[in-house]
Design a protein around this ligand. Structure first.
Ligand SMILES: *Cc1c(COP(=O)(O)O)cnc(C)c1O
Length: 238
């Protein structure tokens, strides 16, 4: 658990360095500690070390975990949200990073209406095209943006992406640039404020910050490796 405090310190230092390199204020970058598959004791250690925001990617796991932790912990959802899990998910998370279809956005808006909630979301974009099928294709998002912006219960705060897996972190850079440019285009074209760019994971968050990330999603570099066995059983449980 001491390791977690150490890891956090190192990650925070790397965030500051990258911000400086990119000519940005470190305070403009929020670290989301991705705690999926990790036990509550590890989350508690990170909280004790000053980390406030955590990210989960499965509603079932989050529903079990969140009540066991102090209410000072804040939670973001970063996984694929199934429509039948929306009602459970809405009250648990302050930001949803990964809205990947208009159908999901409409369902979230509908249920938020029923529950009297407002929902902060990011739109997940597949900037790489081939290879990854998760997220909006940029062109298709452009045609759906007006409809998305009209959903009264959703506040669209920006864009998110997961670049294709690559051996070299530097390979991610062009996707981070593409996401930022797309955000700039959309903000101008639709006259909206899209301040958030969620991009960068353990292997490439420094590059993402240089290219404008405001939210970095870092799991392994803080909590260590995730155990595949647990991943499998949790998938099966859902
Ligand atoms: C698991 C996950 C992360 C964290 O990945 P690491 O490589 O462990 O830092 C970030 N973003 C999303 C969407 C994830 O599912």
């Amino acid at each position: 658990m001491e390791k977690i405090a150490e890891n956090l310190k190192r990650v925070r230092a790397e965030i500051s360095d990258a911000a400086e390199k990119g000519g940005r204020a470190p305070g403009d970058i929020e670290l989301i500690a991705i705690s999926k598959t990790h036990e509550t004791e590890k989350v508690r250690a990170a909280l004790d070390a000053g980390q406030q925001i955590f990210g989960e990617s499965r509603v079932q796991e989050a529903r079990a975990k969140i009540p066991l932790l102090p209410s000072s912990a804040r939670w973001h959802f970063v996984g694929r949200l199934q429509k039948n899990k929306v009602r459970h998910a809405l009250p648990l998370f302050e930001l949803f990073h990964s809205i990947d279809s208009i159908e999901l956005a409409r369902e979230m808006d509908r249920i938020a209406g029923e529950e009297g909630l407002r929902v902060r979301v990011l739109l997940e974009v597949n900037v790489a095209g081939e290879g990854s099928k998760i997220g909006f294709a940029p062109d298709s998002l452009r045609t759906q943006m007006e409809s998305l912006l009209e959903l009264p219960r959703l506040t669209i705060e920006g864009l998110m992406t997961i670049p294709p897996l690559a051996p070299e972190a530097e390979a991610s850079r062009r996707y981070f640039i593409a996401l930022r440019e797309l955000r700039d285009q959309f903000a101008a074209q639709f006259q909206v404020n899209l301040p958030q760019l969620s991009m960068g994971m353990s292997g490439d968050f420094a590059l993402a910050i240089e290219e404008g990330a405001t939210l970095v999603r870092v799991g392994t570099a803080i909590f260590g490796k995730r155990t595949p066995a647990r991943l499998v059983s949790e998938n099966a449980a859902e």
